[in-house]
Design a protein around this ligand. Structure first.
Ligand SMILES: [Zn+2]
Length: 71
């Protein structure tokens, strides 16, 4: 079972928001508008990049996001 979190980078590393979501789409509501954040999966105790299937979910959800959020 994987969870999804909105993350962002600072000079000293990658940070994740303090809560996780069951689906990529829900985590996208936590993205920051400046474009500096992204989604990672938390799976079996470690953070990892999205799989190809999860990336497709991300891209499909991105199309449906309100324009003011997607900018
Ligand atoms: Zn969240």
């Amino acid at each position: 079972m994987a969870y999804y979190v909105a993350c962002w980078t600072e000079d000293d590393g990658v940070y994740a928001r303090g809560h996780s979501h069951l689906v990529v789409r829900d985590a996208m509501n936590c993205l920051v508008r400046d474009g500096g954040s992204f989604i990672r999966a938390y799976d079996a105790g470690v953070f990892r990049s999205l799989t190809h299937r999860e990336l497709i979910d991300f891209l499909e959800a991105l199309q449906e996001m309100p324009l003011e959020l997607a900018q």
